[in-house]
Design a protein around this ligand. Structure first.
Ligand SMILES: [Zn+2]
Length: 406
């Protein structure tokens, strides 16, 4: 057995389910790791008695903040080229002017460059991002396909995500997002049939994705389409998730509640009635403050009614070529300042909330006995610095499943 003892943590956040302050703040307490899991939390002398004559590694945490690794439950991190020119042009130009300057933009540009990237390029660029995310404390990441649309590229992306699961230090979960857009030559109706009949059975057979996602919005997929696609996803062993109520409200949240989706992202246009339905159905709301910031959203999401109704919420980066954010703390900083969340709400949403959104909270998302030891140790005098110090990385060590990997 391997033991690591985190001695006398200045601040330890357990973020346990029933924490009254949402984050389970403890001071001057120790944590014992046995192999991959958390064995005990308590007074230093007591924990030392546990492992009496055995060898163990000890880290003095008297000047450190110890908390769960971040769970980034919504990313599109596998893609071809960056869209930096389009992004910087958007500072001063409107859509029309950008189109005249840059022939291929948006989703179309990302689909083109992703299709034309080699496996090696996609794996290497993804690993670079994942390693940087790890250094910022992110220990679990969800990754979506969706920049392929055609069968070959979508399946290739999902297979590459499976390779990332082996190569990257984080726990990774994968999502089939064929319904990010559709094949314009085929048309939407035929494309839905194609996803259901030709792509999903292969995903099921080869175990390529845990979730099935869809973009529910005007001009994309409506509520009926969502129901059809996500129901088929369920039949092929994929839990439903949605991008919905981002730029319009066309019924995606109701479908999410009906199908008991794992999570729904964006929610700028969510109604009070839908919040009730999502809460009842145990669907986690994934809030993405960086996207509201990047696109200068005219209707920023409002977490207050969701929190008032005790709906579970998560915060994610939504890392993608139009919103290149790897550091969860950027999302948390914006969630607090722009959307009036408290620091404790933001921390809970970025850890346990993310784990709930991915339905892995039995094992991840908080520091509790029996859960995996996914821990960040910060050289810090206050946990509140996570939403205070811009661009300052206080993460000193990251422990993943009981192993110090950074
Ligand atoms: Zn997204």
């Amino acid at each position: 057995m391997n033991y690591i003892l985190l001695k006398n943590c200045r601040e330890l956040l357990t973020v346990e389910e029933n924490a009254k302050d949402l984050i389970g703040l403890n001071k001057n307490i120790s944590l014992l790791i046995e192999d991959a899991k958390i064995k005990k939390i308590g007074a230093y002398e007591k924990l030392k008695e546990e492992i009496l004559s055995r060898t163990f590694q000890e880290i003095d945490c008297s000047n450190k903040v110890v908390m769960p690794g971040y769970v980034d439950c919504h990313t599109h991190l596998i893609f071809g080229e960056s869209r930096v020119d389009e992004y910087v042009a958007s500072f001063t130009m409107n859509k029309e002017e950008i189109k005249n300057k840059i022939p291929r933009t948006g989703l179309e540009a990302s689909i083109f460059s992703t299709r034309n990237s080699t496996d090696e390029e996609l794996i290497n660029s993804s690993l670079v991002k994942l390693n940087r995310m790890l250094k910022h404390g992110t220990t679990t990441v969800e990754i979506k396909s969706g920049y392929g649309i055609d069968k070959d590229t979508e399946l290739r992306l999902l297979k590459l995500i499976n390779i990332l699961k082996e190569k990257a230090p984080q726990t990774i979960l994968s999502t089939y997002l064929g319904a990010h857009y559709f094949d314009t030559e085929m048309g939407k109706e035929k494309y839905i049939d194609f996803m259901i009949k030709e792509v999903m059975p292969i995903i099921k057979k080869e175990n390529l994705a845990q979730f099935c996602d869809i973009w529910c919005d005007e001009g994309y997929y409506d509520a009926n389409d969502c129901y059809k696609v996500l129901k088929a996803g369920l039949e092929n062993n994929m839990l439903p998730t949605l991008h919905t109520e981002c730029y319009s409200a066309i019924g995606g949240a109701k479908v999410a509640a009906e199908l008991k989706a794992a999570n729904v992202g964006h929610l700028n246009y969510i109604s009070l009635e839908d919040i009730e339905l999502l809460k009842e159905a145990n669907v986690v709301g994934v809030l993405i403050p960086t996207t509201d910031f990047s696109v200068k959203h005219k209707k920023p999401f409002d977490p207050k009614p969701m929190l008032d109704k005790k709906m579970t919420i998560a915060i994610a980066t939504n890392l993608n070529p139009g919103n290149w954010v790897e550091d969860m703390e950027i999302s948390m900083i914006l969630a607090c300042r722009n959307h009036k969340m408290t620091e404790n709400e933001a921390i809970r949403a970025a850890t346990l909330g993310g784990a709930k959104a991915l339905r892995i909270d039995k094992d991840y998302g908080s520091l509790e006995v029996g859960k995996f030891a996914d821990i960040q140790i910060r050289n810090s005098d206050s946990y509140k610095n996570v939403v205070y110090k811009f661009g300052v990385n206080e993460v000193e060590h990251v422990i993943k499943r009981g192993k110090i990997i950074f």
